[in-house]
Write a protein that binds this ligand. Structure first.
Ligand code: EPZ
Length: 422
């Protein structure tokens, strides 16, 4: 079983390239189901979630060639099998993103309920309500969503709360629906805007993506696409938090500054220098690291996907801060592991009170979910001695060779093979 071993105490210096956005690439790959032609997605990161999505598309009847940074989805030649089995969906909740496209393109879909995950129950009621509003009949039985529809019809849909993949599922379904759909109370994440750009390239008419109200005029048929996916704002933010914790002076290549505004403002308040320098973003932390309070919120608030990484940085900041997680009910599983490294963190309900300490001590720790893994690596970069992060399969879902990228900026970090239980 792989683990990541990191020795702390060295500031980061050098250049780190930010890859394509995982959470944009996943819905866009599912959007290939809306067209029978051959599509090409560029700037795709080499991640487990990309491999899982490609395997799922293959199961559904589309041949996929993964040659990162390119993924090619071949034209439909075989009869589609609009079924996403539990064995695949349980590996990646985002598999639910095939539901909308399958229903819109084939009029039927059988998709395993994703079930919860480490960070929360992760229901999909908003996805299902929206699809019913477009004319689908939805049945849930034996752990599967079984959906049927004739041609979907445009409708007015109000989300009870902003949901990223819920918005994305409905955008893809509406893109082939007859007439006009209005989605209200949408998620405004940049990944939603990126999907809308691709749907427009395919021939749908999507207006208002990035705002709370999106209008979609469906097409009778959609064209394939050739698209280069945007850079990953969460990967970029993760490296910024790493510089914040370890100190140093790093140039981030391909970092999407604009989409990271809520994170950058907080990191600057904490004492980081973050500015665009040509095509790079320079991130420096040489002075004291100050504690800053953060409450996660839907975009354009502070992203929940950066909460764990910021917390690792706050563990060694001067002062005490309050981190409140409002999106998921169980996204503090990195806390006990950070405390094993000497962090001073107290949790009360959905709020973590972090008292900065002089230093952390390296330890053997366990990753529990994707962003928690990154948090433990950031802590390891600043801890005294060696930290071994186990169960890095969580990390490999969303970070491409993070240990190689950090080693390229001077970190003492490597992937090791451990014997025995994970
Ligand atoms: C997306 O998940 C991201 N995943 C998550 O990133 C991210 O943390 C999350 O958005 C929030 O930004 C992908 O894009 C593949 P939501 P998603 O639906 O769409 C509740 C990572 O680390 N909800 O926006 O599943 C839900 O329980 C991952 O890269 C319902 O109640 O999140 C949550 O409390 C982790 N009913 C809130 O809405 C629904 O039908 C927001 O969830 C849907 C969601």
């Amino acid at each position: 079983m792989d683990a990541i071993a990191v020795r702390g105490g060295r500031p980061l210096r050098g250049t780190i390239r930010v890859g394509g956005a995982k959470n944009a690439a996943l819905p866009i790959l599912c959007a290939t189901l809306l067209s029978d032609g051959e599509s090409l997605l560029r700037n795709v990161p080499g991640l487990r979630d990309i491999d899982t999505t490609s395997a799922l598309l293959g199961f559904l009847g589309r041949d996929v060639t993964v040659a990162v940074p390119e993924v090619r989805v071949a034209a439909a030649t075989r009869e589609a099998r609009p079924e996403a089995p539990y064995e695949l969906v349980r590996q990646m909740r985002a598999s639910v993103l095939v539901l909308g496209p399958l229903l819109a393109r084939y009029g039927r879909a059988k998709v395993s309920l994703p079930g919860g995950c480490a960070i929360g129950a992760r229901p999909i009621d908003q996805h299902l309500k929206g699809l019913e509003a477009l004319g689908a009949t939805i049945e849930v039985s034996h752990g599967y969503v079984i959906a049927k529809a004739g041609r979907l019809r445009g409708a007015e849909i109000v989300f009870d709360l902003p949901t990223v993949t819920g918005t994305e599922n409905l955008l893809m379904a509406a893109a082939l629906a007859k007439g006009r759909t209005t989605l209200i109370n949408c998620a405004r994440e940049p990944e939603v805007e990126e999907l809308a750009r691709v749907l427009n390239k395919m021939g749908a008419r999507v207006e208002g993506a990035g705002t709370t109200t999106i209008h979609v005029t469906g097409a009778d048929e959609l064209e394939p696409f050739d698209h280069a996916v945007v850079s990953d704002r969460i990967e970029a933010g993760t490296f910024m938090a790493a510089v914040g914790a370890a100190g140093g002076d790093v140039l981030l290549e391909n970092a999407p500054l604009e989409d990271l505004e809520p994170v950058i403002v907080k990191l600057r308040h904490a004492g980081l220098f973050i500015e665009r320098e040509g095509s790079h973003v320079r991130v420096v932390r040489e002075g004291p690291l100050r504690a800053v309070d953060v409450t996660t919120a839907p975009h354009p608030g502070f992203p929940t996907d950066m909460q764990a990484q910021l917390m690792a940085m706050m563990c060694v900041a001067e002062g005490r801060c309050v981190l409140t997680e409002t999106i998921f009910e169980n996204r503090f599983m990195h806390v006990p592991e950070l405390c094993r490294m000497g962090a001073d963190i107290e949790i009360r309900n959905n709020t973590a009170f972090v008292q900065g300490v002089k230093s952390l001590s390296g330890a053997s720790v366990m990753a529990t979910d994707l962003r928690a893994s990154a948090s433990l690596i950031i802590a390891g970069l600043v801890a005294e001695g060696e930290t071994t992060v186990r169960r890095v399969y969580h990390l490999d879902r969303g970070y491409e060779r993070i240990e190689v990228k950090l080693a390229g900026a001077g970190a003492q970090i490597e992937r090791v093979r451990l014997e025995g239980p994970p």
